[in-house]
Ligand binder design. Structure first.
Ligand code: TYM
Length: 344
């Protein structure tokens, strides 16, 4: 069992990141540890170059993200925690996979289409080739489980396609003539509840670090009052909550808040509606705010306690990067060799 996943350091980590992904990193870290497997979680700082960025901010937010991940329960003694920039095997493998990935595959990526919009010509090359780096991130370590939110599913399918084509085109033969595949095909692990948390201001847009409105998201670093205020101001409709899930079908904002409650409480949406059906947001929102503060408050306190110890945070990254380089080296060597590239 090899668990691998990444998170970008641009902007502040939010509730969507936590429920969609980080919480699963922690669960799978423990699972892998118990089964003698390994869990590698990295900060995707190289991916951050695909959009305009401020270097000083990137450095600061990288360290803050380490503090956040540890505050959420990632344990540097159980998981390998690092940033891509200290493991050049990632961009190295990306280049080698650029020969396998097809332009047409990348052109179909919805994230590329959404982010580029009508201005494709003006985008960085990195934004277009970003999914190939993401494929390299997981294939480098022979990942079996990749915990992600739903928005990353398509990128993971692409990673599988690249792995499959590379294996078909270049896998060496075993002595008995069968193929000896170089890459493991990774499985995405997407949570049932909370796979896609939506903006608090617009139930049709996902909660995102890049949304200009801070009111659209709950940041993991928000204090209790800010969280409560954001829930109070969250967009809703005037109807009371329905008693059954079907009643949420055309009510994106209500559905989102019920989904957040369910994910935080460890309940199904049906269970939440059995309790709150018939009640208005005047009573549901305070209950949700209390639950949020109860679940995220301790994470925030831990984050505040860790965030200024840059030496300790840098040491976690350096130690993780050394281990990651070791884990990735055999795959990279096999890829060079399969491609006929001479390296002595
Ligand atoms: P990023 O940094 O946008 O998000 C990190 C993780 O959080 C999940 N997520 C969400 N889940 C539910 N609801 C939301 N509103 C929400 N917003 C974000 C994402 O699905 C993700 O799991 N390209 C990736 C980073 C990456 C990566 C990788 C992930 C780079 N290499 C290799 C997995 C494997 C990204 O930008 O995630």
């Amino acid at each position: 069992m090899r668990v691998v996943s990444g998170i970008q350091p641009t902007g502040k980590p939010h509730l969507g990141n936590y429920l969609g992904a980080i919480r699963n990193y922690v669960a799978l870290q423990d699972d892998a540890h118990a089964k003698g497997g390994e869990c590698l979680i990295f900060i995707a700082d190289l991916h951050a170059l695909s959009m305009p960025h401020d270097p000083a901010e990137l450095r600061a937010s990288t360290l803050e993200l380490v503090a956040t991940l540890v505050a959420c329960g990632l344990d540097p003694d159980k998981a390998i925690l690092f940033n891509q920039a200290q493991v050049p095997l990632h961009p190295e493998l990306q280049w080698l996979l650029n020969g396998t990935a097809r332009m047409g595959w990348l052109n179909r990526m919805t994230q590329w289409k959404d982010k580029a919009g009508k201005n494709r010509e003006g985008q960085s090359v990195a934004l277009f080739t970003y999914p190939v780096l993401q494929a390299a991130d997981v294939l480098l370590y022979q990942a079996t489980h990749v915990p992600v939110g739903e928005d990353q599913k398509q990128h993971l399918e692409l990673a599988r396609d690249i792995a499959q084509k590379f294996n078909n085109d270049f896998a060496p033969k075993n002595p008995d003539g069968s193929d000896a595949p170089i890459f493991t095909l990774p499985d995405p692990i997407i949570p049932k509840e909370a796979a896609r948390i939506m903006s608090l201001r617009d139930g049709s847009a996902k909660m995102s670090k890049s949304d200009p409105s801070d009111m659209s998201r709950i940041n993991l670093s928000d204090d209790a009052d800010t969280m409560a205020q954001k829930i109070k101001k969250a967009k809703t409709d005037p109807e009371p909550l329905p008693s059954e899930e079907a009643g949420l079908a055309d009510r994106a904002e209500a559905k989102n808040l019920v989904g957040i409650y369910a994910a935080l409480a460890g309940q199904s949406q049906a269970e939440v509606l059995a309790q709150y059906g018939g009640q208005g947001f005047g009573s549901f929102k305070p209950a949700l705010a209390d639950l949020l503060v109860a679940k995220l408050g301790p994470i925030r306190d831990q984050f505040v306690a860790l965030k200024d110890d840059h030496e300790a945070l840098d040491a976690i990254l350096a130690r993780g990067a050394a281990k990651a380089r070791e884990r990735g080296a055999p795959t990279l060597a096999a890829v060079y060799s399969a491609l006929g590239l001479v390296r002595h």
